[in-house]
Design a protein around this ligand. Structure first.
Ligand code: NAP
Length: 470
């Protein structure tokens, strides 16, 4: 049993065998209020950087991992939670310097600032810090999501249940913490839009060898300065690289890139990998998969959930499907660009899942815009509507950011409105083919079409708001 002193501990990350949904944990008897503790974790294999955290009470309905001793820990800065082995807890102060040496990055600095701030506040109080109301609310609202053995965190390990052909891989070390071992495979990247730019930046930062190409060539300049090589055509990139990714607007662009003159197909040789990251329909994926594999290439689709900000931060969620060996070869790339990746089986499944997710997101965004404008039309304060919304169960960073931006008249694209409308359209068509009704998406799609007619295509998805005020 680990006896802690001064209520200050350091935590080490749980072993991250994703197939093992029951983590190996230990519990420890701690005297005094556990909520005054703060800690950091370090990886068993040295792959996980130390991170400050504190022991908190788990939600009532969250099952403690069986058999082993562990604590429920909240991490500073990320606000994530995880069960951590007691033997992996170490004193914050004693290990602070060492932690700072190992760990770099903005998010880590924010975490250190948060723990120092916490310490400062706690010092001035006679009584130990009783509780963190935000944390409590977070847990309540997360308790369904965190059900059973599934915990989702932003840059920390996942403890997940694997079902069927789906496997879930947590990005155990992401671009924010700077501890990825980059693959030595040569990486190609086609498409330097909002998504591609952030992704390539993070690939480079994490030490990958990247060759870039973009239709509008000037967009490559910045990345060349950052160390990327320049490909003259998609065919040249595919022939120079072991794994070529692409992330372009829509199904037509994705097809043009592969099948067009000097397209990827011309550069595909046996063993070369092609990874389609654009959000497209499953039919396009099937076609691309067939043509790539017909040349001896290996194909993976890997659309992403996120936004420009999350792409820049290396915090995307990657949905992959197709050739599993390519998925495995892409491991360090996915870690650099995202916080989590899912492997969903045969090619086409990731496109289907992505469209469903984006259909929900697009419809939700339109509903929020409808609520905000109805509030105004009925003499209610939009700010108060938002304040109330953010206190309830629908509170989320997404709702808060989008509404704040709307109220400030800021429609700078984080996610182009034209792209979410494309996704709604493709999802509706998918529903059509499955003979499944999608009336909500159909209604939302009409609103986005109206917004496009009002010249909002190149604004953020939140500009759907403008469809309601014209
Ligand atoms: N933005 C988001 O938040 C987000 C989130 C999740 C998924 N996605 C999906 O990710 C994909 C890319 O999104 P994005 O936001 O990066 O889009 P974007 O900023 O509009 O960039 C689109 C990219 O596609 C290229 N392109 C367009 N048509 C082309 C063609 N015919 N041939 C070759 N290249 C072409 C553009 O080249 P030019 O520079 O020459 O125009 C640009 O590099 C889309 O499928 C989108 O739905 C986006």
């Amino acid at each position: 049993m680990y006896r802690c002193q001064s209520h200050q501990l350091t935590v080490e990350l749980l072993s991250r065998d994703i197939k093992n949904s029951e983590p190996e944990c230990f519990s420890v008897k701690i005297t005094g209020s556990v909520l005054t503790l703060w800690s950091y974790f370090r990886g068993k294999l040295g792959r996980y950087p130390p991170w400050p955290g504190k022991i908190v009470s788990p939600p009532k309905d969250l099952k403690k991992p069986r058999g082993k001793k562990c604590h429920f820990v909240k991490f500073f800065g990320t606000e994530d939670h995880a069960w951590i082995k007691v033997e992996q807890l170490k004193p914050y102060h004693a290990h602070k310097e060492e932690m700072i040496k190992i760990n770099k990055g903005k998010r880590f600095q924010q975490a250190v600032d948060a723990v120092e701030d916490f310490l400062k506040k706690a010092k001035g109080k006679e009584q130990p810090v009783k509780d963190d109301p935000h944390f409590h609310h977070f847990l309540l609202s997360q308790s369904e999501k965190v059900s059973r053995n599934i915990m989702i965190s932003t840059n920390l390990p996942l403890i997940v249940q694997v079902t069927g052909s789906t496997s879930i891989q947590a990005a155990d070390s992401t671009a924010i913490n700077g501890s990825i071992t980059p693959t030595d495979k040569r990486i190609g990247f086609l498409g330097l839009g909002l998504m591609g730019s952030g992704i390539v930046s993070n690939l480079l930062k994490m030490g990958h060898i990247v060759t870039v190409w973009n239709r509008t060539a000037e967009k490559c300049d910045l990345f060349i300065q950052e160390g990327a090589r320049l490909g003259r055509t998609p065919a040249e990139v595919a022939s120079m690289c072991d794994i070529t990714f692409s992330c372009v607007s829509d199904p037509k662009a994705a097809r043009d890139l592969v099948l067009g003159p000097s397209g990827v197909l011309q550069g595909i040789r046996p063993g070369k990998c092609y990874v389609e990251m654009s959000t497209v329909d499953p039919e396009t994926i099937t076609e691309l998969s067939q043509v790539i594999t017909s040349r001896g290439g290996r194909f993976l689709e890997a659309p992403v959930a996120g936004s420009q900000q999350l792409s820049n931060d290396g915090m995307l969620v990657i949905l992959a499907a197709g050739d599993r060996t390519v998925y495995e070869d892409c491991s360090s790339c996915f870690q650099a660009m995202g916080k989590t990746s899912f492997f969903l089986g045969e090619a086409g499944n990731a496109a289907r899942m992505m469209l469903i997710l984006n259909m929900v997101q697009g419809s939700f965004m339109a509903t929020i815009a409808e609520g905000l404008t109805l509030a105004q039309a009925t003499g209610q304060s939009q700010q108060t509507f938002l304040d109330i919304l953010c206190q309830g169960q629908m509170a989320s960073t997404f709702v808060d950011q989008k509404c704040q931006n709307i109220l400030q008249g800021n429609f700078k694209p984080d996610y182009y409105l034209k792209h979410i409308q494309k996704d709604l359209r493709l999802a509706i068509s998918m529903g059509d083919m499955a003979n499944h009704p999608t009336p909500m998406a159909a209604a939302a799609n009409e609103v986005y079409k109206r917004a496009k007619a009002l010249d909002q295509s190149d604004n953020d998805i939140s500009a759907v708001y403008r469809a309601y005020i014209h």
